[in-house]
Write a protein that binds this ligand. Structure first.
Ligand code: AMP
Ligand code: ZN
Length: 475
């Protein structure tokens, strides 16, 4: 039995899927207007942990992760610029090209992190008709009103609106608050936004209400329902989705159908830097490429994330990544040591320890995906076996390798198979850092020499206005 913390009931409860053997999951995916940072990737790693845990329990997992390629405004409250249009202006590309570029880069990141792909990656722009139909139904049922900039959901018509996130709507009404324009209540949200009169948007569609584009919160409702037939089992998101995005999804689906959208709502916490959420403007936006460029494997980040519970924030630092790297190295060294031992069939104590360790490992994961506890079991095991080897005990090598094969179904740290290393050697990282310094000192001649030296050693530097990245030569 697996226990999961359900945000909807605010409690840890046994997980019971709708179908006894299959689990359906919908995960809110990225808005593809820029690189995903390692905070966003933490969310994807959480989804991966959830799916892998369900599959070692014996469930078949069917999962959908959406791609938001339109209509997500800079603020969750439906104000500000559209992120995609903004990205297009910044890069001199079309909004569609921006979306394609960053979708692809994100998927490459997922691959490098050994994240199991979802069965579907639907795009919001492919579901415009369904979103318009949803809004039409909500309109017919009396849940909407129209103001100068769009069609809005009237949250006062949906009495359960505040329940999911335990919102205190009275607090939003009074006191210091943001300008709500012509909206009737602060919590009302846009279902359809009109294109500005004086501006031709790249992404806009005809609708019964006028030319415009959908608000962010409708896309997940229609995509999840189209692909999973709500109510489905589990809906995931980052914890920032609880109060607005998921609250608004729930309101639309229930207002439309009278049914809940999903049975379990799971939310992963943040990856922060200096206790603050990662942000580009504060210069704390770290990508997977930055990590690789500094000589780490993406799998070091994977282990760092697994070593924290998904319901606690991870305060990222390069030191903590270094520790994760050492921890992964310890596992690799151990496996290497084991692989070089002769196999002894019998050592009842160790055989028992193997069974108990795997039981504790699973038990930890089945207890609300307690991955730090599960990983702790592995290091405890390594310590015990290392001393057994030191004491000259017979080692059932094959049983131990089999145990680690089982661990790998969750860890996916490439500890057993030799893949081509993604790590950049230390001397290359050192040259790269010297080159960054030369650039910062405006010593461009030296910077160019170092770039050439790196190229001759097999690495290409790419410069953008705010930073440089390093990757193996593509030719
Ligand atoms: P976005 O592209 O902004 O829609 O975010 C994609 C996913 O990443 C969402 O599920 C967010 O909740 C999650 N997310 C955003 N920032 C962070 C962060 N710093 N740490 C963890 N998850 C995050
Ligand atoms: Zn969503």
């Amino acid at each position: 039995m697996i226990k999961l913390y359900n945000t909807a009931t605010k409690s840890l409860a046994p997980f019971k899927p709708i179908h006894p053997k299959r689990v359906s999951i919908y995960s809110c995916g990225p808005t593809v207007y820029d690189r995903q940072h390692i905070g966003n990737l933490r969310k994807s790693l959480f989804d991966d942990l959830l799916k892998r845990t369900l599959s070692i329990h014996g469930y078949t997992v069917y999962s959908v992760t959406n791609i938001t390629d339109v209509g997500h405004l800079v603020s969750d409250e439906d104000t500000g610029e559209d992120k995609l249009e903004k990205g297009a202006k910044r890069e001199n590309l079309t909004a569609l090209e921006v979306a394609q570029k960053y979708t692809q880069l994100w998927q490459e990141d997922l691959h490098k992190l050994n994240i199991i792909p979802s069965d579907h990656y639907p795009k919001a722009t492919d579901y415009i008709k369904e979103q318009i139909n949803l809004i039409k139904r909500l309109e017919r049922k009396g849940y909407t009103y129209i103001i100068s900039d769009g069609v809005y959901f009237d949250t006062t018509k949906f009495p359960e609106y505040a329940d999911f996130a335990h919102l205190k709507l009275e607090d939003q009404e009074g006191g210091a608050r943001v300008d709500i324009g012509d909206k009737k209540s602060p919590s009302d949200f846009a279902l359809w936004k009109f294109s500005p009169q004086d501006e031709q948007r790249q992404m806009e569609w005809n609708s019964p209400w006028g030319i415009g584009f959908p608000g962010w919160h409708s896309e997940c409702v229609v995509m999840a329902d189209s692909l999973l037939h709500a109510p489905f089992d589990i809906h995931t998101g980052g914890k920032d989705h609880i109060a607005i995005h998921h609250t608004n999804e729930i309101a639309q689906f229930k207002a439309d159908t009278g049914k809940p959208m999903a049975n379990y709502w799971l939310h992963s916490y943040f990856l922060t830097i200096d206790e603050a959420k990662m942000s580009k403007s504060a210069g704390t936006f770290i990508t997977l490429d930055d990590i690789i460029t500094q000589g780490y494997s993406p799998l070091d980040l994977r282990l760092l994330v697994l070593m924290a519970h998904y319901r606690s924030d991870i305060d990222f630092s390069w030191d903590s990544l270094q520790q994760a790297k050492q921890s992964r190295q310890r596992i690799l060294t151990f496996i290497n040591r084991i692989q070089n031992l002769p196999h002894h069939k019998r050592n009842l104590n160790i055989q028992k320890l193997i069974r108990n360790t795997y039981t504790s490992f699973r038990r930890a994961l089945f207890n609300d995906l307690d991955s730090p506890q599960a990983v702790a079991q592995i290091f405890e095991f390594i310590r015990t076996i290392n001393s057994a080897i030191d004491n000259g005990e017979p080692i059932p090598r094959r049983h131990i390798i089999k145990l680690f094969q089982r661990f790998e179904r969750i860890l996916a740290l490439d500890i057993l198979e030799k893949k081509e290393s993604q790590e950049i050697p230390v001397d290359i990282v050192e040259l790269f850092n010297q080159r960054n310094q030369a650039r910062a000192d405006k010593n461009f001649a030296k910077a160019d020499d170092l770039r050439e030296e790196l190229y001759n050693k097999g690495y290409t530097i790419k410069d953008t206005s705010d930073k440089s990245t390093l990757s193996p030569n593509s030719d």
